[in-house]
Design a protein around this ligand. Structure first.
Ligand code: NAD
Length: 281
């Protein structure tokens, strides 16, 4: 029977540990603050932003919410970011993506002070990760490493295969697995004979964005399977990139969707807000 990696439980553990750290900072007169900017009122973004605010409240971080009209200009958004960069009481700045088409996301991400880049998307943060320097690591990949570590899954020396090479998941998780001394292979849409590669994996991380794409034919007996995908079917039910029922019997450990990788993203965002204080000192 595969171990079901419980992301809900592990993320709560992390948030409870952070609560203690936040309290200790408060005793030193440091009140950690995250600024969250949302442009427009896309319902999915509103849910994500709401969850981030709730997590801040839970661990005792102050959150500032900026809800800007869909029609806001890029200059107005950049000007707000500049103000928040300069404010000493703000430790983290997060711009909820995606942004409306008239705003260039890359320009916006680059405008955030790397010392406040709690999403870890700034090229400075990405560069720091790739050369092993201190900096913010993007939240979903950082969460995957915590899921493994806190479930007793050894990464060092293991064959790790990542499917997907996006900037927010595939590439950073590959760098992190490498940092943990895994032997890492990255697959993508142009990989030839995907099954042949994924069958070698002791740890298989799936971030393709295609519902139930990975079946047991892609998985080695006893592999650890981490499913990053999130999809909602016609009945409003969530599923991942992995066909859970098919793969669970052959895996040694597997993350469910929901309740696996998903809850870790916000926990690691909170962790980055707390780490921000150290980086800013
Ligand atoms: P993306 O669309 O940016 O990237 C998908 C990657 O999969 C690409 O690199 C592509 O080359 C690869 N790919 C596509 N089809 C393939 C195929 N047939 N064979 C091999 N590789 C293939 O996606 P993303 O932003 O990395 O997100 C992936 C999934 O993870 C999505 O379902 C997304 O919703 C989910 N996601 C979840 C969280 C979370 O917090 N749990 C965070 C980010 C993304």
């Amino acid at each position: 029977m595969a171990l079901r990696i419980d992301g809900k439980k592990i993320s709560t553990e992390i948030k409870d540990e952070l609560k203690v750290k936040v309290e200790a900072y408060k005793e030193q007169g440091i009140d950690i603050c995250l600024a969250v900017i949302q442009v427009g009122n896309d319902p999915a973004s509103s849910v994500y932003v709401g969850n981030k605010k709730k997590a801040c409240e839970y661990i005792g971080i102050r959150s500032l919410a900026y809800e800007l009209e869909e029609s806001v200009t890029q200059e107005e958004l950049l000007s707000l970011i500049k103000t928040l960069n300069e404010r000493e009481d703000v430790n983290g700045i997060l711009v909820q993506l995606p942004l409306p088409k008239h705003i260039d996301e890359d320009v916006v991400i680059r405008a955030i002070d790397p010392k406040k880049d709690v999403d870890g998307f700034h090229p400075y943060s990405v560069g720091a990760l790739s050369i092993g320097e201190e900096g913010f690591v993007s939240c979903t990949p950082a969460g995957i490493i915590q899921l493994c570590k806190r479930s007793g899954i050894e990464i060092a020396g293991k064959e790790c295969v990542v499917i997907g090479r996006s900037n927010i998941v595939g590439k950073p998780i590959s760098m992190l697995l490498l940092r943990e001394n895994g032997t890492v292979t990255v697959c993508h849409s142009r990989t030839k004979d995907l099954k042949e590669v994924t069958k070698r994996a002791d740890i298989l991380v799936v971030a393709i964005g295609k519902p139930k794409f990975i079946t047991k034919e892609y998985v080695k007996d006893g592999a650890v399977v981490i499913d990053v995908g999130i999809h909602r079917n016609e009945n409003n039910k969530l599923c991942g990139d992995v066909d859970f029922d098919d793969v669970e019997p052959v895996a040694s450990a597997i993350t469910p969707v929901p309740g696996g990788v998903g809850p870790m993203t916000i926990a690691m965002l909170m962790n980055n807000c707390v780490e921000a204080v150290k980086l800013q000192k």
